[in-house]
Design a protein around this ligand. Structure first.
Ligand SMILES: [Zn+2]
Length: 356
């Protein structure tokens, strides 16, 4: 059936881009402002790709990448359907809130696949999975560093390692192919959490919950620090187009030809990034470092830096200028994300180090 039936979007017409204002189901979401969603139903049949940003509402290059795709993808030149949601966690976007949804103070990317009777964030992630992700052949969740964070662009997906079920292994393998196709410098494959991980309503990230539902999925990160870096926007736009090519939603190698002519400015911006290609390093472990002390954070490394086990990578001071803590790297790896805000609380997150 083409275009596919995605109930919440109603009937889509082949060869057209449509703008929707969607009320997500869930009693906790009843008074929400409607969320913008754009459907790009190709002239020819093909796979369904769902792309969202704004699970964390203050990761702005990701949001802009989805907006730009909605303005520039030409439905006449694609086979299949691309569904775009610029911001899932709209309350966080409106209030410039990092990490969580301000309504329930929950990090939505820790409560996928959600719960229709749970808190606001649990109902929101449940709606995202059940109204969109399960209807898609692939899912791309766009992120970046949040307001106090910087990062090097990377993609995360489910690892095949340790999966007993052949169907689950197949979904993980397809997720990794999509992650590699996206074209960022690092791909991090993450094992399925073992038993004992918080069960029930959620406890998973978007891509992991999607994989559990049988939809190959990735989470891609670029940009951060509460800013709209054009380079990061372009990397994410280009990455989604690379995924579209991998899925054969677009066929030929020059993706500029698939961008409608109406947005000259955006088209030029897209062209600029179309030329570069990167070698991707695959990482298989993610170490997150925390401070013991409340204080002032002085990192000695930047995002993208290689670090050695035992190397001092920063210190925590107090407000008299005395050192409270020296932070050493527990592993050999690369700094994928870094807290750049100097103010840190006890048990506060400092950085994430990816390991080969
Ligand atoms: Zn995020």
């Amino acid at each position: 059936m083409h275009p596919p039936k995605v109930r919440i979007l109603g009937d889509l017409k082949a060869g057209t881009t449509e703008r929707h204002l969607i009320k997500l189901p869930g009693a906790a979401l009843a008074n929400d402002e409607p969320r913008p969603v754009i459907s790009v139903a190709g002239a020819k049949p093909g796979p369904v790709l769902f792309v969202n940003a704004g699970v964390h509402g203050s990761e702005y290059p990701a949001v802009e990448a989805v907006i730009r795709l909605g303005k520039t993808l030409d439905p006449k030149k694609i086979s299949g359907t691309v569904i775009l949601m610029p911001v899932l966690n709209l309350p966080a976007f409106r209030t410039r809130t990092p990490f969580v949804c301000p309504i329930d103070n929950v990090n939505p990317n820790r409560v996928f696949p959600g719960d229709p009777r749970g808190s606001y964030s649990e109902q929101m992630t449940h709606a995202c999975i059940n109204e969109f992700v399960v209807h898609a052949d692939a899912y791309v969740d766009l992120h970046g560093g949040d307001i106090p964070e910087a990062l090097v662009p990377f993609v995360i997906c489910r690892s095949e390692a340790g999966l007993a079920d052949s169907k689950a292994r197949g979904v993980a393998a397809r997720s990794k192919q999509i992650a590699m196709a996206f074209g960022l410098p690092y791909v991090l494959t993450v094992s399925k959490p073992s038993k004992g991980h918080r069960a029930g309503a959620g406890g998973l990230s978007s891509y992991a919950a999607a994989a559990d539902k049988g939809t190959p999925a990735i989470l891609a990160e670029a940009g951060g620090a509460g800013q709209m870096q054009e380079e990061a926007v372009s990397l994410l736009v280009k990455g989604v187009v690379n995924v579209m090519r991998h899925l054969r939603i677009i066929e030929d190698a020059k993706f500029e030809s698939h961008i409608a002519n109406s947005e000259t400015n955006s088209k030029e911006k897209l062209k600029k990034t179309a030329r570069s290609t990167v070698a991707t390093t695959v990482l298989t472990k993610f170490h997150w470092l925390y401070t013991k002390s409340t204080g002032v954070w002085y990192p000695k490394v930047a995002q993208g830096d290689a670090v050695r086990e035992g190397e001092e990578i920063g210190t925590i001071g107090d407000l008299f200028g005395d050192t409270l803590e020296e932070i050493a790297s527990p592993v050999n790896g690369v700094v994928l994300f870094l807290t750049i805000s100097p103010s840190v609380l006890e048990n506060g997150l400092l950085m994430g180090i990816g390991v080969e």
